[in-house]
Design a protein. Structure first.
Length: 282
């Protein structure tokens, strides 16, 4: 059957790189118009793009969207986070004193960053009776270098450095001075926590700055992300595509262990049929 990479209307450099890689292996590529669109019968679709648009088209595409659980980072042992991390309701977070680092657990609904106090966090959008959204709160650390890693079945499939001291600095992981340290840290992480991640996922890790300078720092997990909504940076687009295809592919091809990581539309738990599962913290 024909394979199709369906792209959200919002264009990006990564979407273009993935589209080129998909065409190179004989896949079709289509930008979904706003409002959705029809696809030829028998098409096996995969998706790349934002989560809000995905929620409106995933059922029609028949794709299962794998994503890390919102509480994944704060459930990790301290050995892998290097800092205290927890998810709290926004109303509670807005009463906190700072400074602290805050971000949405999985989406990009407000800017991630250091907040001097909770009142600086944005008020939730939507009706007043809507559920209080979660906010991920953590201690402030300085990241010396940060790396984006596309993982497939627990293996680094491709990766790159993407930032130095918080500034964009994209360099391939292959041949990097920190490559072996990154790989060793990820081996330990996967060895202990493989069951807590979907089979296709993006994990960001980094070296924190210690009191004695970068050399006194430690390796830690920055966050986990949806492969179907993550930049490739200086990674290999063709190998990143392998991870995207696994993370956002036909629902009936989703492996049973990935069922718990399937994103479902709010109020529609059966969106992905047998592949869907209630998400829970490990």
């Amino acid at each position: 059957m024909a394979r199709l990479l369906a792209l959200a209307p919002h264009r990006s450099v990564t979407a273009g790189l993935l589209a080129e890689a998909a065409r190179g292996r004989g896949m079709g590529v289509s930008v979904i118009p706003v409002g959705g669109g029809a696809f030829p019968s028998g098409t096996r679709a995969h998706y790349y793009g934002g989560p809000r648009f995905a929620d409106s088209v995933a059922a029609d595409l028949g794709v299962a969207l794998l994503e890390p659980e919102s509480c994944w980072l704060d459930a990790l042992p301290y050995a892998f986070t290097g800092r205290r991390v927890r998810c709290v309701p926004l109303a509670e977070a807005r009463c906190m004193t700072g400074p602290f680092f805050a971000k949405p657990p999985t989406d990009k609904s407000f800017p991630a960053g250091v907040y001097e106090h909770g009142r600086a966090l944005p008020m939730p959008a939507g009706p007043e009776d809507a559920a209080d959204p979660l906010v991920q709160i953590s201690e402030v650390v300085t990241w010396v270098r940060e790396f984006r890693l596309h993982l497939l079945d627990g293996e680094i499939w491709t990766g790159s450095q993407y930032a130095t001291y918080g500034r964009l600095d994209a360099v391939p992981l292959a041949g990097h001075a920190d490559e072996q340290a990154v790989r060793a840290f990820v081996r330990d992480l996967i060895g202990a926590c493989a069951h807590t991640l979907p089979s296709g996922v993006v994990v960001d890790v980094g070296l924190t700055r210690g009191d004695g300078g970068p050399e006194a720092g430690r390796w830690a997990v920055v966050e986990a992300n949806m492969a179907w909504f993550s930049n490739v940076y200086a990674g290999d687009p063709a190998r990143a595509l392998d991870v995207v295809l696994r993370a956002a592919g036909p629902a009936d091809e989703a492996a049973e262990p990935d069922g718990r990581f399937c994103r479902t539309r709010r109020g529609d738990p059966a969106t992905f049929g047998a592949a869907a599962a209630t998400k829970r913290c490990p």
